[in-house]
Write a protein that binds this ligand. Sequence first.
Ligand SMILES: Cc1cc2nc3c(=O)[nH]c(=O)nc-3n(C[C@H](O)[C@H](O)[C@H](O)COP(=O)(O)OP(=O)(O)OC[C@H]3O[C@@H](n4cnc5c(N)ncnc54)[C@H](O)[C@@H]3O)c2cc1C
Length: 329
Amino acid sequence: MIIQTNIDLHKYSTFGLRAKAKYIATITKESEFSELSDFIADVDAPILSLGGGSNVLFCADYPGVIVKNDLKGITRQSNGLIRCGAGTKLDDIVSFSITNQLYGLEPLSFIPGTIGGAIALNAGAYGTTISQWLDTLRVYDVESREFITLSRKDLTYWHRSSILRKQRGSKWIIVDVLLGLAELPVTSNHPKVPSDLHGQSLREEIKILRSHLPDPAQIQNAGSFFLNPIVTDQRANKILKDHPGCAMRKYDSKHFQLASGWLIEKAGLKGKVIDDFLISNSHANIVINQNPRATGQDVKRFVEKVNTYISEMFGIYIEPEPLLIGAIL
Ligand SMILES: Cc1cc2nc3c(=O)[nH]c(=O)nc-3n(C[C@H](O)[C@H](O)[C@H](O)COP(=O)(O)OP(=O)(O)OC[C@H]3O[C@@H](n4cnc5c(N)ncnc54)[C@H](O)[C@@H]3O)c2cc1C
């Protein structure tokens, strides 16, 4: 296990804020987990598990141990099962599945980050979520020092979240994941995905569909920046009356979910730069950090400024979607 101290976190999150971590512990072998438990007991500090950092904003210095589980690798087992180390890139797993004539993951092509991060927050795109293909996963319990096998229901998934994301991988660190993929092509019923495509041709179609998204390796961003807000029926009806055409969908019997991108665009913010943060011209819910020295305080000011427009026009508040480390709001 490698322990680094007082580390700049700029390159550990695709949004690239300035902050430091007291410790970063990198695991490259399963045998190192017990060493990690010893270290954590010694320093008596909080833990945060980190994958590719494409859904995390470091808004303040982190006073504890950031655990990077770098266990990588994909092995094919029988009956469409594949085992993947938690630090493996999700997109490498999609590619592997296609090469091995296994199906189901193609709509998740080109989502940045690791399978560990994807499992923690149930990454999804074009009508598919990773949890649909989850068989079981193994986690390391930092306190009891045991390896535990969990199933989908143990993670209590809700929209882009689970108990693993809620506890930030502080108790259970994902070690590896067993996916159960289809051995025959899967027909998509998503309106944007042609139902006759699968395998490599579907992956190429997804590449085109995602071409408006900036590459986080080149351009600092965290994908969708604001959560799609959920409002009551009454509020939705009022917004629809004032703004016919507002993008929304029924959420449950009493609520509607609105599209943040639509609200931001309607408020005239698409393509605008607010305090060094560019609201993308190609999708109004993508925010690009143009300041290599931006901090959590800058993000706080930006979120407040966007919300002065949104609340004045629609009477609601929109919240950031990525996990904010170091409360700022
Ligand atoms: C350009 C762009 C496009 C994107 N498109 C999509 C999209 O289409 N769909 C989508 O769902 N998301 C999308 N995202 C968001 C993000 O890439 C994904 O959600 C991704 O799955 C996060 O993985 P990660 O490894 O970066 O996780 P991180 O951001 O590192 O972590 C996310 C969460 O997982 C936890 N975690 C990570 N690893 C472990 C582990 N080993 N054990 C326990 N907990 C762990 C962390 O504590 C944190 O709570 C996009 C992001 C960008 C920048």
